[in-house]
Structures are given as structure tokens and as C-alpha cells.
Design a protein around this ligand. Structure first.
Ligand SMILES: [Zn+2]
Length: 288
């Protein structure tokens, strides 16, 4: 849903609350403290009184929207803007778009990213594995890992990101301290079903995958990027989106928050064809 649709469908804070109640509770209020469904509505406050544990609650308890002074409609608009921004949205831009301060926008983005973390099944079939580097100084930004030969990869001021992409399926990525064999293989083992076919480049850290997987690779150093179905181009397409987001929209992402940004990009990429992405985000907002 774009922001015009959000405005029309959710014209008020109250209509947003009602929607969240439907998504989260299927319209049957459930106490977040004792799980009882025996409650009495307090309509003027958009809250409920739990008749079992005698506390008062609203549908935002336990969600990323809880205890903010913001109108829920502003949150809905922010979600729509984040989900529709293929390369991400900066706090400054969000602040302008929904009329909040830059600090508030930054806080909203951090909370939303928390909601967008995905956990899922193991990847299978043909899975591309690759690593990249983000951040760092401008002068190093165009350094291509593929041209660095045997010197190892990336620069000291960049942060490594490792990723996996199931062909026709989802992408999964995270920040890594290094791109050693141990790091890459344990990430693959944790996320890819045994017996899958893993596609990489010739980076030596991927050696030895054949114990658990089929392993095919292209020789980037030899100028080979595609060999039949063997390539890592789909994942590299995702890297380019992520990098444009991190470098362009956010200017600089501290390593501390990098995983949150990556989660946001993975979620958007994995749900790009999902017509229910907005309501899915609502459901995922229940994180506490
Ligand atoms: Zn209760």
C-alpha cells in the first residue's frame, strides 16, 4: 500500500488501532499479561480492562509501536514508506515525509527494522553464497574485491557482509567479522539444507563444502562470471541494492547497526511480490 492508500484506508489513529486489533487478535482482545480473553472494552481510551489479572491494556502493548507518543497513523505511513523504498529511506527523508523530527524518524526506523528481522526455514535447491563489503572511506569505495587477487578481500575500514540466496527463493545475509573458511562454512551450515547445490566464486574459504553440499564455482579472477547455471549474479544484484542503500541513503552506517539495515533490505527483497507485506509487517511488529 502506498501512502495515499494508507491515508484513505486508515484516516485516523482509531482506524489504525482497529486494524491492528484485527490483524493481531482477529478482533478478540487478548490480555498481553495473562493471555486471558475475558476483558471489558474501554472504548473512549481504545483500551481493554482484563477481568482476569485486573490490568488495562491496548493492542500496542508488546509491539514496536508501544509507548510512543506518535499517532499510529504516522507509524502506518512510515511502514508504507519503508516498504516501498527499494533502496531504503533515510531518517531525514522520513522526518520530512511524515512531519516528525529527525531523531524521532531515526528512532522509528530502528524500531521498524527490529520488527523486520526474519527467521525462516533452511535454504535449499540451488543456493548462491557470496560476501561483500560495505561502508568505509570514499576513496576505497570503488575497490572491487575481485581485482585484489591473492591479497585477501576488502579493506580494513570496511565491514564484511556474508549472504546466501536460494534461486527463486529468499536471501539471507548478516554482518561478519571476517570471511574466513570457518565463518562462511558455519553460516552456510546453519542456513542451507544438506545436499543443496552451492554456487560461489573461487574464494578459497569455500573449499571443502563438498563434504555436505554440491559445490560449483566460477573463476572471477579469470574473468569468468557465468558458466551455465553457475554464477552468483542474483546475490550480487542484492548486494548492489544493499550498497546503494547504505552508501546513498544512509551515507554511513555504523557496524553496530549494520545488521538492522541488512534485515530491512532482506525483508523487503524477500517480500517484494507479497501482496500482504503491509499486514505481515503489522504482525511482525509484535516483538516483545
Ligand atoms: Zn490479564
Amino acid at each position: 500500500m502506498n501512502i495515499v492508500q494508507i491515508y484513505k484506508q486508515f484516516p485516523s489513529h482509531k482506524s489504525c488501532i482497529k486494524h491492528l486489533e484485527k490483524i493481531r487478535w482477529n478482533n478478540i482482545a487478548k490480555c498481553p499479561y495473562c493471555n486471558s480473553t475475558n476483558s471489558t472494552p474501554v472504548p473512549q481510551e481504545l483500551r481493554y480492562h482484563c477481568n482476569t489479572c485486573n490490568t488495562s491494556f491496548s493492542v500496542t502493548v508488546g509491539t514496536v509501536f508501544h509507548k510512543t507518543k506518535l499517532d499510529l497513523q504516522q507509524w502506518f505511513l512510515a511502514i508504507s514508506l519503508v516498504l516501498n523504498a527499494k533502496k531504503g529511506i533515510s531518517a531525514r527523508q522520513l522526518a520530512r515525509d511524515i512531519d516528525v523530527t529527525k531523531d524521532t524518524a531515526w528512532y522509528m526506523l530502528m524500531r521498524l527494522r527490529k520488527a523486520l528481522t526474519e527467521y525462516g526455514d533452511l535454504l535449499e535447491g540451488i543456493v548462491e553464497a557470496d560476501e561483500t563489503y560495505v561502508g568505509g572511506k570514499n576513496k576505497n569505495r570503488h575497490t572491487d574485491k575481485k581485482t585484489e587477487g591473492g591479497q585477501g578481500r576488502g579493506g580494513d575500514d570496511k565491514t564484511a557482509v556474508i549472504g546466501l540466496l536460494e534461486r527463486g527463493g529468499v536471501v539471507r545475509a548478516k554482518k561478519a567479522n571476517d570471511v574466513s573458511s570457518k565463518t562462511l562454512k558455519s553460516f552456510i551450515k546453519q542456513n542451507v539444507k544438506e545436499g543443496s547445490q552451492v554456487m560461489t566464486d573461487e574464494w578459497k574459504s569455500y573449499n571443502g563444502l563438498t563434504l555436505l553440499y554440491g559445490h560449483s564455482f566460477v573463476k572471477h579472477a579469470m574473468g569468468e562470471y557465468v558458466n551455465g547455471c553457475v554464477h552468483t549474479n542474483t546475490l550480487e544484484g542484492f548486494w548492489s541494492l544493499l550498497k546503494r542503500g547504505v552508501i546513498g541513503q544512509y551515507h554511513y552506517v555504523t557496524p553496530k547497526y549494520l545488521n538492522n539495515y541488512i534485515d530491512e533490505f532482506c525483508f523487503r527483497y524477500n517480500n517484494r511480490e507479497n501482496p500482504n507485506i503491509f499486514d505481515l509487517t503489522m504482525l511482525k511488529s509484535v516483538t516483545l
